[in-house]
Design a protein around this ligand. Sequence first.
Ligand code: 5GP
Ligand code: ZN
Length: 114
Amino acid sequence: MDCLFCRIINNEIPSTKVYENDKVCAFNDINPKAPVHILVIHKEHTANIDETTEMNSHIFSDIFLAVKEIAELKNLSEYGYRVIINNGNAAGQEVFHTHIHILGGKKNLGPMLQ
Ligand code: 5GP
Ligand code: ZN
């Protein structure tokens, strides 16, 4: 399978990794929408929430435990931060490997939808 984020996990495509453990990795978004814009992905490939099952739902607990770690590492809780999942075409999902966006690093991130 030719998946951009699987290739980033395998270091076949360069990225600025900010966090990694045996289950997830996180790296700076190439086109940041906030002073801090980090993508968190699981090393197990699924396309998006639509592929969640009882067998793989650990993907989300693993990702959100990493979000908490990253928020601490980057001091994001001082102002607060936003997490976003774009799921499917209507949401503009571009990369079909489950990922969450962490946006932060400023006092006001603006409205949720514009
Ligand atoms: P989506 O729209 O699927 O929720 O978000 C995909 C995100 O991946 C976008 O914010 C886009 O800027 C980011 N992205 C796309 N290609 C690359 C890449 O090669 N490297 C990095 N670091 N981010 C990427
Ligand atoms: Zn993948």
